[in-house]
Design a protein around this ligand. Sequence first.
Ligand code: FES
Length: 162
Amino acid sequence: MSCADGQETTGDDGRHCFGKREDIIQAKRVVKLVNGRDVLVLHHEGTFYALDVHCYHSGGNLALGDIEEFGGRLCIVCPWHKYKITLLEGEGMYQPVDPSVKPPRPGPWTSKGVKQRVHSVTESNGYIYVTFNPSTEPIESDCYQTEKYRATRAKMQLQKKK
Ligand code: FES
């Protein structure tokens, strides 16, 4: 079994194959469940990015998010409540409002810190590989990467179809 067979593989180096470079470019976004994580790989303007697909705020599907710049940083915008997440670092972005300024006006785009787990992407022989973020520090989006959440989500989707 190998990446070239179209099979999901994990090498000795811990890299997970996500598929052919050209196929991902064409699809623009690919989501795979690998080793208990739902991971999104996307291609945007010549660069590949990888991050957990469920938004840290409430589990929104980031595979459906638009990509825009905020404060000069490239972000994915969650389709559920429009939270902005930097693609490279997984930082939540917001505009603080100074209550002493009247009328209140949003300030400059500011980071809330890392909220979404992002992963590194490499390319080899025409295939795209993801190496999971090794940080042992919990990251908010981790809470949506459990079997329990997956089961709840599947149940919700079934109910929506009824
Ligand atoms: Fe993503 Fe709320 S679930 S912004």
